[in-house]
Design a protein around this ligand. Sequence first.
Ligand code: DX5
Ligand code: ZN
Length: 223
Amino acid sequence: MNFQILPSLLAADYGHLADEIRRVEAAGADQLHLDIMDAHFVPNLSFGPDMVALAKRISPALLRNVHLMMTRPDLYCERFIDAGATTVQIHVEADCDCWDVLTRIRARGIRAGLVSRPQTPVTALYPYLHLCDEVLFMTVNPGYGGQAFMPEVLPKIAALRARIKSQEYRCDIMVDGGINLETACACAQHGANQFVTGSFLFKQQDMTTAIRTMRTACAAAHQ
Ligand code: DX5
Ligand code: ZN
């Protein structure tokens, strides 16, 4: 089981994006998480494929984990893959054929992820688990960084970990929203192994130590 820390670029200083991307890579992050918001699926608008291309140009070796908070990811997923995404995640609540889109993402030779809002039952994910390399549980309502962690999502994580084990799937379990050292460990105790963190991490003076500490603590806490 590998434990990964993914800084969310949404929380970076937009006046110094290239430096922030280099800072994330130098700090030993496992991947860079890029939040794409369409002002329809979520009440916010962030950035598009050009930001993925920037990240690839600045730090080609840093994996690019692209979270599509979009109503119609079927219309745009190829543009993010062409821009350099190494993972594309779509929401199970999106208005598209998730089976088809996840299959199309994998056909391009990159990782496919499926995301659920806090309120969505974990069972909604079950028909797609064989098509996913990772499942992302939102631990806040998607759309903004800096929100409070929602502990009611924890049982969903445990239920999926049990399902993956019983059905011998191989997908990773990722969490995203209000993740700090304490909430990351709580998620690890319930079975998560990948951790997206924005506001907590970008406000650290020593990002390297913060990433190493979170990764080590989660590995120790993991069930
Ligand atoms: C929220 C995004 C998250 C967010 C995390 O819709 O999907 O990735 O940027 O930010 P924090 O860690 O500050 O909650
Ligand atoms: Zn995200």
